[in-house]
Design a protein around this ligand. Sequence first.
Ligand code: PEP
Ligand code: MN
Length: 351
Amino acid sequence: MLIAMKSTATDEQIDAVKEKIRSMGYKPHAIGGAQRIAIGITGNQGKIDPSNFLTMGGVADAISVSKPFKLVGREFKPENTEIRINGNIIGGNELTIIAGPCSVESREQIIDIADILASMGIQFLRGGAFKPRTSPYSFQGLKEKGLAILDEARSRTGINIVTEVRSEETLAMVAEVTDIIQIGARNMQNFALLEAAGSTGKPILLKRGISATIEELLMAAEYIAHQGNPNIILCERGIRTFETYTRNTLDLNAIPVIKKLSHLPIIVDPSHGIGRWDGVHAMSMASIAAGADGLMIEVHNDPEHALSDGYQSIKPDRLKLLLNKLGHLADIMDRKIRSHPPEKIELIKAE
Ligand code: PEP
Ligand code: MN
């Protein structure tokens, strides 16, 4: 249930509603809107009788929420959530571009790519230090050493870091270094990890599970929000279907659907979505055209020798071309892109 307060409601009236919710054994969540405050209720199993609240001072309405997700739903909060990270806003008018290799492989590799990306105006560097791999014999990441390399890249260039947490045991060390904690597809329903990561208060990039429905993704986000952390970025990264020519099937449908259901920002990872470098431009453009708030793209200086996901990684020069195309698309979509090469060259033809 959502208690909508009148715009004239006093602090005392708001506190009285919260206290009433607590006295019923539930949890109140104040949601600040542009016009007025609303108070969401979670923790109830069945329906709550609205008359409990309608007679209280300052209450405008008591609205029952039809969706199973509450805090991340638009019914609770109609305005888009904007996440502020060191001068960048995710979910605002500006598109967010996160780029970098699948894995942190060496100091030289990360310093090189961080310098290049920073010079292009990219705000976020991705790179996994703890890699969740299908095979235990595949490269598992440089772990703590990888985190130290990412930290150095940030101090050197000022670029923000996005890196994945694979387990609760390593959460504290990841959270200390990263600006955004990535929770990967395989951990989307690791509820203990979602809660622990949520309680760090750090922004969380939550990737859609390999076979997760949109509702399951939003319920996973609800676990994080329920820890009092509203800074969640959803990420569509493709789902498993019967198709074998592509690694996954990028579910572009999810973008407008999620935009309607949730106030959280949603970005797209076209690299995992299609699984081949020669499809990354097309899927990136399609994602922004579908209304995504940004992209997370795997970029590698030497994809042929990458220790993971080389086949789906693009080289920095191709990222530059893509940013140019995205600049044109951003104009059409009424959005901005900071990491756009300053001189707009002629629209590059589709490959
Ligand atoms: C990744 O981003 O490199 C990754 C492992 O992604 P996902 O969890 O979506 O498979
Ligand atoms: Mn990868």
